[in-house]
Design a protein around this ligand. Sequence first.
Ligand SMILES: O=C(O)CCC(=O)C(=O)O
Length: 270
Amino acid sequence: MNNIHSLITVEQKRQFNELGYCIVADLFTELEIQEIEAFFEEYKHAGGKVFDGGNSYKDIDPAKSQLRAMNPHRYSEKVKRWFLNPNVADVLVQLLGKPALGAQTMYYFKPPNAKGQGMHQDNFYLLAKPATCIAAWTAIDTADLDNGCLWVVPGSHRDPILCPESGGEKWMNYGDTHITKFPREQKPVAVPVPRGSTMFFGGNLIHGSGPNRTKDRWRRTFIGHYIDEASEQVAKFYHPLVSMAGEVVSNLHIPEGGGPCGDSWQGDVH
Ligand SMILES: O=C(O)CCC(=O)C(=O)O
């Protein structure tokens, strides 16, 4: 597994460059996936842990709120290790052409009944420059149409950031407040991801997720957001950055604006 070329195929890299995303299996061992799962089950039940909006998990209504842990790597060495997983780091080098810096972790719980995530572009929030950011989205539960997998607009990673446009027509079915001029000619596609596989996608790729329509299946996901080491800036929320070797990186410019990634919570993507 240490041979960089064994971790990502030519076809996966081509797909990432052409469509803006690709899926890579087995960057985490099954044991690591079980450890991540167990860690966040415990985290969920521990009183006083803070989720979006400053609530503890038990105070949140899954049908109304995003159930996600924000930046748990800042509080746990274990989560930091998963964030800086060497296999993920190798794939990031292949996709970015440069070593990555870690910017953000999130863990989505997405229980039965939970709503989807509105369509958005991550770099609207990160404001990474000159290159855009990248996400490594690892399925802890198999994600499919029923439990609310991601939807992406293939090829939209080549678009500029569309989100801040005001006025224009909203694509209401996508329920998003941040992308008002959604490119209708580009059709979103659902991207099912098996448990243990990691989906990589670029920071300008338009994406969101469907609701969890199941009665008994969760759609848990461990997500890392990264920027490349030649980045000159990233929004305040993403500091302190961390190198893939675990060192704090503090010399980047902090632009005005940005904020927590995907900070819009809207309805159905169907
Ligand atoms: O997993 C989801 O439902 C949304 C995740 C997302 O938008 C992201 O990782 O940027």
